[in-house]
Design a protein around this ligand. Structure first.
Ligand code: SF4
Ligand code: SF4
Length: 455
């Protein structure tokens, strides 16, 4: 029960390789979650998860109420979409996301009174959450409620959550891991949730653990977040949940590395956590599970950090999905004069974008704004064969070879060197003294492999 010393877990509390970038969480870590005022409109792309897109279930001019389903997930791996505001459906449009994808989208113009402020906060993550009688729920009822609520992985992966917590005869899960590492620099979304909404996280963890029949539930938090560890330790008293304080290192929060750090189990290359008896969800997802199951309410809002030296007033915000990032910047006092790069997510794994009309989606874990000073970078030189990229790669790949294969469009070589095992953590680019844009090249190489497989 509660916080255990690391030797109470099979893992070492850390993983092999990785880096220690400055965490820069000071911009927003101490700012409590504020509720963003309800916007005049929201734009909801019909694909906000891995898997199949939604089909619209509303028509232009139709009136919709807060929380009503507007897009139905088609297929097993898909997530339905619900409106975060009451209003009127406009004609369909196309939205470009920071990833570069162009997606058909439903726009809803606000009409009438909206739920907001403290009432909204309490409805979504506040108030009282049960810790007892979790067994009163049927396991398949839990996964159906999660599916009905359109919950996806809120750590950025956006995998439909009901698929992960579906009871299965084929996969035996002994350990549910709740990921509270938030190792990406700058972002403080999960940190604020752990500090301000621990009860929702504990209830969601108990529900998800029960649904997958896990014997163990472990919340993993990096040791640069002692307040979150303390609060979760306190709140998990009387339950079977354990809290593990992990060494702070990037990318501790990626699935394979966290499983290694906690349980000393190796997920095979190309494998999934289920292959080693584990399931994993991030703390935000877990809180959304609690709301979907206990309150039977859909995922309409999420917490994001709006942070970095390029933001006048960095904040942690509870925002409606579909609100434009430009509107969020206005609420944060705008951009500083030297703001130079907008990133959806954090600087290591996020996507740069420039269109302020870009909407927040379910997978938007935060917005980081960097300045010209942050981007000062020496020119690229030739590889000096120092081997540092190999030393830091948490997947034991040889980044310099992968980058070369991509540069010369050599798909066969890229596959031979396991390019698809790269999850684009950016450690190699961060460490390279020749300033080679390794991860960008590898991303291109992965696209080349994917394209070759479609032929
Ligand atoms: S090769 Fe991929 S997994 Fe390895 S360090 Fe570079 S980006 Fe990370
Ligand atoms: S870190 Fe950069 S310079 Fe060193 S081996 Fe890798 S690619 Fe070459």
């Amino acid at each position: 029960m509660g916080l255990k010393k690391f030797n109470d877990f099979p893992g070492r509390g850390t993983f092999s390789h990785g880096i220690h970038p400055p965490d820069n969480k000071n911009f927003s870590a101490e700012n409590s979650i504020e509720v963003m005022p309800s916007p005049g409109k929201v734009v909801l792309p019909l694909l906000q998860s891995i898997g199949a897109p939604c089909e619209p279930v509303v028509k232009p001019k139709q009136k919709v109420e807060f929380g009503e389903m507007v897009g139905k997930g088609m297929g097993f791996v898909s997530a339905s979409l619900h409106t975060p505001i009451s209003g009127q459906v406009q004609k369909m449009s196309v939205t470009t996301l920071p990833s570069g994808r162009h997606l058909p989208s439903i726009t809803i113009k606000a009409e009438g009174e909206q739920v907001s402020g403290r009432e909204l906060f309490d409805d979504i993550i506040g108030g009282i959450w049960p810790k007892e009688n979790i067994q009163d729920y049927f396991t398949d009822t839990i996964s159906k409620a999660i599916s009905d609520a359109g919950v996806v992985g809120l750590g950025g992966a956006a995998f439909p959550t009901h698929v992960k917590v579906m009871p299965s005869d084929k996969i035996v899960i002994d350990t549910l891991i709740i990921n509270g590492c938030e190792c990406e620099p700058y972002l403080t979304t999960d940190y604020r949730l752990m500090v301000e909404a621990p009860d929702a996280i504990i209830t969601g963890a108990l529900l998800a653990g029960y649904a997958v029949s896990a014997k163990e539930i472990i919340i993993g938090v990096e040791d640069n977040k002692p307040e979150a560890i303390k609060i979760l330790q306190e709140k998990s008293k009387g339950t079977d949940i354990r809290v593990a304080a992990l060494q702070t290192k990037y990318p501790q929060g990626s699935e394979k590395q966290l499983i290694q750090a906690l349980l000393n189990r190796e997920v095979p290359l190309g494998g999934l956590p289920g292959d080693v008896g584990t399931a994993m969800s991030n703390v935000g997802t877990i809180a959304a599970i609690a709301r979907g199951v206990v309150r039977e309410k859909p995922l309409t809002h999420r917490v994001i950090s709006v942070t970095g030296p390029g933001i006048v007033n960095p904040k942690n915000l509870l925002v409606p999905i579909g609100v434009s990032i430009g509107e969020i910047f206005d609420f944060c006092g705008g951009l500083t004069k030297d703001a130079a790069r907008l990133i959806s997510g954090g600087p290591m794994m996020g996507f740069a974008f420039s269109d302020l009309n870009t909407p927040v989606t379910k997978g938007t874990s935060g917005i980081t704004v960097l300045t010209h000073d942050d981007l000062k970078r020496e020119h690229e030189t030739n590889c000096v064969r120092c081997g540092r990229c190999v030393d830091v790669c948490p997947m034991n790949l040889v980044p310099t070879r992968l980058a070369m294969a991509a540069r010369y469009k050599n798909v066969e070589l890229a596959q031979k060197y396991n390019i698809m095992g790269c999850f684009e953590c950016g450690c190699c680019t961060f460490i390279c003294p020749a300033n080679l844009k390794l991860v960008q090249l590898i991303r291109t190489g992965k696209a080349q492999v994917a394209a070759s497989q479609k032929k």
